[in-house]
Design a protein around this ligand. Structure first.
Ligand code: 13P
Length: 338
């Protein structure tokens, strides 16, 4: 393991004014997104759409792109590998390596992320294809009587096994324990569960001998459930998110890059900005968004060649807004200027 190199890549992922584009949706998830904009989901349309993003000037604010297995092997329309287009933009290619979730036995309503078998060999291959970092997502739901210790512990253990395998292949693990924002729970319940999950994850990373200097954490923000009657202000989300992170995330971790998790584009940006405006944080705090970066350009594109330039501009705007938020320099007025 080359810890200096892992640390260099981890820091690059949260470089000032930049964050990660999560473009690692499985073909099934892309189909769901394309259905909304009335676009047929084929290998070519998935390629055309992602090529549009990777060739946008918005990449100036993107430190790394998380790819799906299909995409890391895919070529642009002109035959250039998509990985080369990403590298030419000065951005690091990464890869999603988990194989999705399955029901966790004897834990109704809870899931476990699979994909550890053969992972060492897959990582070595992905490294050869250009991947400098990887992602594994654990999913924790909040509901009556859940999450259980069994679920949190099993998922944290899998995340730690994944992270250790990544580091032994000189790939930076993005460690993603996502506490979902579905449900009716209030923000304090989200804070309690997120704290439980993060404490368990860092305990398991320690037992697995993972070097935190060569990792990035991708957590949820602390927010109320979407169906909660009590929504929260930007200031409350920032304050409660930071309180939990400071309780749980060691200062050796170079960066925290939030997932967007179903928040609106501007909510995700405003909350990230408020977190950074508080200042004095032990880690860099940035973004690793899929929906909050892609919903707007997807709509602008709607599968039409004549919309490509407009969609690229919309993506560049969201990337710039989030880049500013990662510095605590975003302002609501800048959204109107788009
Ligand atoms: P969202 O930003 O849409 O939550 O996706 C981030 C991600 O990579 C989920 O694994």
């Amino acid at each position: 393991m080359d810890l200096a190199e892992l640390n260099r890549v981890a820091k690059a992922l949260v470089a000032p004014g930049k964050g990660v584009l999560a473009a690692d949706e499985s073909a099934g998830t892309v189909k769901k997104r394309f259905d909304v904009i009335g676009v047929e989901c084929t290998e070519d349309t998935r390629r055309d759409y992602r090529e549009l993003l990777f060739r946008s000037r918005g990449m100036a604010n993107i430190s790394g792109v998380i790819l799906f297995d299909e995409t890391i092997r895919q070529k642009a329309k002109d035959g250039t590998p998509l990985v080369k287009i990403i590298e030419a933009a000065g951005t690091l290619p990464g890869i999603k390596v988990d194989k999705g979730v399955k029901p966790l036995p004897f834990c109704p309503g809870e899931v476990i992320t699979e994909g550890l078998d053969g992972l060492g060999e897959r990582l070595a291959e992905y490294r050869g294809l250009g991947a400098k970092f990887a992602k594994w997502r654990a999913v924790i739901d909040i509901g009556a009587g859940i999450p259980s210790y069994a679920c949190v512990n099993a998922n944290a253990h899998a995340l730690a096994r994944y992270a250790a395998l990544c580091q032994s292949e000189d790939i930076v693990p993005i460690v993603e324990p996502e506490v979902l924002m579905d449900g009716e729970h209030d923000i304090d319940r989200c804070a309690d569960v997120t704290e439980f999950v993060l404490k368990t994850v860092y305990e398991q990373l320690y037992y697995a001998r993972v070097k935190l200097e060569g990792t990035v954490l991708k957590p949820n923000m602390v927010v109320p459930g979407k169906k909660s009657a009590k929504q929260a202000s930007v200031a409350e989300v920032a304050e409660k998110t930071l309180r939990v992170l400071k309780e749980c995330v060691p200062a050796a971790v170079p960066g925290v890059a939030f997932l967007s998790g179903g928040q609106s584009d501007v909510d995700a940006t405003a909350r990230l900005d408020a977190i950074n405006k508080s200042g004095g944080l032990p880690w860099k705090v940035s973004f690793s968004f899929s929906r909050a970066l892609q919903a707007a350009p997807q709509k602008a594109w709607s599968g039409r060649l004549e919309n490509v330039a407009a969609a690229q501009a919309v993506f560049a705007h969201r990337a710039r807004m989030n880049g500013l938020a990662s510095l605590g320099e975003w302002k609501p007025e800048l959204e109107q200027a788009a």
